[in-house]
Design a protein around this ligand. Structure first.
Ligand code: HAS
Length: 545
């Protein structure tokens, strides 16, 4: 990678790791407040802290890390021209300005609306304008990535694209199509409403547009982790990519099925026809398939590599895995966490079971296992080689060891915290609530022990965050100079050729749009037609209603 490529990715990573520190501190405060161990000073509100936590970790850290990492992958596989690089920087600055605007409003207590910013909670207009800028900045990144692959394809007629560049483009397509929903609600509903140009806001329309974006958002987080699992981990363990075609197929399925499923977040919401909820639940079960394909692919890759190294027996291959290499260990713990995490997701998506867990802290437990363990541990795993590769340094034995300790701390802290959240949720404890004895009700007394466990888990996790930030600073500024490998695996030599139709973008985008139209058109018309008087779908400008 050139100096230019390194600087670009590092800019995104700086924002990501600063976010980790701030967001993590907020997380610690929350668990302490919720367990009744701490009262926030200086009139700071619990929901202000919760908003900083959710926005900065769920939206800022992830988006910046992912876009930065993807630029590195694209630069390595298909290259980035000077002109594309300029646009990439433009996107970075637009995103940073937007993030700063939104962050200031939250810190001033003018936007305590949580990361889902559900109406009728209202924030200062600068919060929404900031969010819109983040989205616009990320769109610039989308088009830079699309252009990068397009130019490469033109220069390599008839060749299949490098796997990682294909994956990046799928993820950015997914992001682009999904963010159209959130951009629509922010621009057409929230900004006019918060500026006072509209008197009302149609809550159901805004939530539907949010979840049109909100579910694919979680796959936008997951897919970069899958990129590392499919194409980087095999190299680290001394193996090869099990199947290039299967990897591409799984990404294509994510593109098609991750968007038309937003209703599974709205199963308890009135105003949406149950038939359409049922249809979107079925589609949700379709989006589980590419994760099952991934699980299969990982097991196959581990086993084949192990057997090739001569390990015998049913589970002999397990022993060959490089457990002492943090570049493998951290993502592997993430993979293991995804087994219960994904199972939880399947429970959530099952319509009847959703009634048991919806709006309980079980859901918080679910997403701390998925995004805050599976995804983030894989991102940490990537950082151990990516950062030194970018800064021209080496991951030392000491940092590797510290990384393993960090991973163990994370796994222990998260098992305690997320485990407590899951059980407490089944006992009926609500999510997003501050400390309360609920008038001394018997049920609430059952929750107290679990809340303490959450605080213990949260404190352990905070130690993990401090350690990770320390490792980041070391790898960026202090580790010894050297050459760190950028590990990209090759395909198995006897692999069947990847069918070219997997790169038929028109086909996949066409099918994706068709599925979205199928899943959303009629219910959306219904929602608009049934809007109660005084709550038109888009009340702007005033007087239209
Ligand atoms: Fe979810 C709520 C359903 C996956 C994140 N989810 C959330 C929220 C977040 C989130 C943030 O249907 C809360 C939103 C809010 O604030 O309200 N989720 C699912 C389903 C899946 C799923 C069906 N979620 C994720 C992922 C996330 C994420 C991934 C982040 C990255 N989720 C829901 C539903 C709700 C929900 C409902 C709404 C609940 C409500 O009522 O509010 C599926 O994609 C899961 C499929 C995954 C699997 C696991 C495959 C396992 C693999 C690992 C293999 C391991 C190996 C290691 C190979 C089937 C791939 C073995 C090695 C050895 C050595 C042994």
């Amino acid at each position: 990678l050139t100096k230019f490529d390194s600087k670009l990715t590092m800019a995104f990573l700086y924002v990501a790791f600063i976010s980790l520190l701030i967001g993590g501190l907020m997380g610690l405060l929350q668990t302490l407040v919720r367990s009744g161990t701490l009262e926030l000073p200086w009139g700071i509100d619990y929901y202000q802290v919760l908003t900083v936590h959710g926005v900065i970790l769920g939206l800022v850290l992830t988006t910046f890390f992912i876009i930065g990492f993807q630029y590195a992958l694209m630069a390595k596989t298909v290259g980035i021209s000077k002109k594309q690089g300029k646009y990439a920087w433009l996107g970075f600055w637009v995103m940073l300005i937007g993030t700063t605007m939104s962050a200031i409003t939250i810190l001033l207590g003018k936007a305590s609306v949580l990361y889902t910013f559900y109406a009728p909670l209202k924030a200062h207009p600068a919060f929404y304008i900031g969010l819109a800028l983040v989205v616009v900045g990320s769109w610039i990144a989308c088009f830079v990535n699309f252009r990068q692959l397009y130019v490469w394809k033109k220069e390599h007629k008839g060749e299949k694209s490098p796997l990682l560049s294909f994956m990046v483009v799928i993820n950015m397509l997914l992001w682009f199509i999904a963010t159209l929903g959130v951009a629509a609600t922010v621009l057409i509903q929230f900004i006019p409403w918060s500026l006072g140009y509209a008197e009302t806001i149609n809550v159901l329309v805004s939530r539907t547009l949010f979840w049109y974006f909100g579910h694919p958002l979680v796959y936008f987080w997951l897919l970069p982790a899958y990129m590392a699992w499919y194409a980087i981990i095999p190299k680290i363990i001394g193996g090869k990519i099990f199947s290039d075609s299967l990897a591409r197929l799984s990404f294509v399925l994510f593109l098609m099925f991750s968007i038309p499923v937003g209703f599974h977040h709205q199963l308890t919401e009135p105003g949406i026809d149950p038939t359409w909820k049922f249809i979107q639940v079925v589609l949700t079960f379709m989006v589980i398939i590419p994760s099952l394909l991934t699980a299969f692919s990982m097991f196959a890759m581990f086993e084949i590599t192990g057997r090739r190294k001569g390990f015998k027996g049913l589970f002999g291959w397990f022993k060959h895995l490089p457990w002492k290499d943090v570049r493998f260990f951290a993502p592997m713990v993430g993979m293991l966490a995804f087994i219960p995490a994904g199972t939880g997701g399947i429970i959530n998506a099952s319509h009847q079971l959703n009634n048991v867990i919806h709006n309980t802290i079980w859901v918080t437990g679910h997403f701390h296992l998925t995004v805050a363990t599976t995804v983030i541990l894989t991102f940490f795993g990537i950082s151990y080689w990516l950062i030194p590769a970018l800064t021209g340094r080496k991951l030392t034995f000491k940092m590797n060891k510290l990384g393993i300790i960090q991973t163990i701390i994370w796994a222990v802290g998260m098992s305690i915290m997320s485990g407590a959240m899951h059980i407490q949720g089944l006992l009926g404890a609500p999510r997003r609530s501050s400390y309360s004895t609920y008038g001394g009700t018997e049920q609430a007394t059952d929750w107290i022990g679990y809340q303490m466990a959450q605080a213990i888990g949260g404190s352990i996790l905070f130690i993990g965050i401090i350690l990770m930030v320390y490792i980041f600073v070391n790898l960026t500024f202090f580790a010894p100079k050297g050459v760190e490998e950028f590990p990209i695996a090759e395909e198995e030599s006897d692999a069947e050729p990847t069918p070219m139709f997997l790169e038929n973008w028109k086909l996949w985008v066409g099918l994706t749009v068709a599925l979205i139209l199928f899943a959303y058109t009629i219910p959306f018309i219904d929602i608009i037609q049934q809007s109660p008087p005084g709550s038109p779908p888009f009340d702007w400008p005033i007087g239209n209603s």
